[in-house]
Design a binder for this molecule. Structure first.
Ligand SMILES: [Zn+2]
Length: 265
């Protein structure tokens, strides 16, 4: 099961950026709820949790704590920019300490590519910053800044439901593509573990794998309902069978007692 945490920026007493009759908190919530809907309706094995689904005040600390406690696979924070009325465009951020090749960087690549295709905004590039939600979240995290609310042209787009939907769908598509393929979609192999019958064994195994490898992990429920359990599947991280088999042997050492299979992506 892939767990996607969606964080619509601001809310309640904190309106965020203001301009052209719009409040950032309302635009981010509209996009965030649509991202959730697209993920749930269009993809399998996805669970979505949001930092807020209504116009309420939520502290930054609480958003990240909630995502960490839930064990999110990825954290996506949605924002709208503002500056000097003439500046316009789309940009996204990963934490400043991370390389562009990191998992976060790959997720940022996926989001940037899909979103810029449909939003009709100037491309301001992929950036890095020390934002709280990027720094404190335990999982790959990206923050998107979807246009400038104080720029008349950008704001006009934000007022269109079709734009909100297109931007949300692009977020969902990028997140799903990224999570299922973990990378460029050309990877051919992934690893699957044997079945974990007890939740605590699953948690321990996931923790050990996360400490040792830079892989996206999914929990896949076993269909045999007389003895429910979960298997762990990695993102499609391997290009060749040789690479996958080397990883298989390392993974066997990491979770002794469990089978590890190489499967085609
Ligand atoms: Zn904001």
């Amino acid at each position: 099961m892939v767990k996607v945490y969606i964080d619509p920026g601001h809310g309640g007493k904190d309106p965020g950026a203001l301009g052209n009759g719009l409040m950032e908190k309302n635009v981010t919530l509209a996009i965030g709820k649509k991202v959730r809907d697209y993920l749930i309706n269009d993809y399998d094995f996805v669970k979505v949790r949001m930092s807020r689904t209504t116009d309420k005040t939520v502290a930054l600390e609480d958003r990240v704590k909630d995502a960490n406690k839930w064990g999110a696979s990825v954290f996506i924070s949605i924002h709208i920019n503002s500056f000097n009325e003439s500046t316009s465009g789309y940009e996204d951020y990963i934490h400043e300490t991370l390389s562009t090749n990191s998992i976060d960087g790959q997720l940022q690549d996926a989001l940037h590519e899909e979103i810029i295709k449909v939003n009709g905004l100037r491309d301001r590039g992929q950036k890095k910053a020390d934002f709280h939600v990027l720094r404190e979240s335990d999982m790959p995290s990206v923050l998107t800044e979807n246009g400038f609310i104080d720029n008349a042209k950008d704001a006009a787009k934000m007022k269109q439901t079709s734009w909100i939907k297109a931007v949300a769908k692009a977020h969902a598509k990028a997140i799903a593509n990224y999570l299922y393929n973990q990378g460029d979609g050309k990877m051919k192999y992934r690893l699957r573990t044997g079945k974990f019958d007890f939740a605590e064994d699953l948690v321990t195994a996931k923790k050990a794998i996360k400490e040792n490898f830079n892989w996206v992990l999914y929990e896949v429920p076993e269909s045999l309902n007389w003895n429910p359990g979960y298997r762990i599947i990695t993102g499609a991280a391997f290009n060749s069978l040789k690479e996958a088999e080397e990883a298989q042997s390392k993974l066997r050492d990491t979770i002794p007692g469990y089978a590890v299979y190489v499967i085609e992506a």
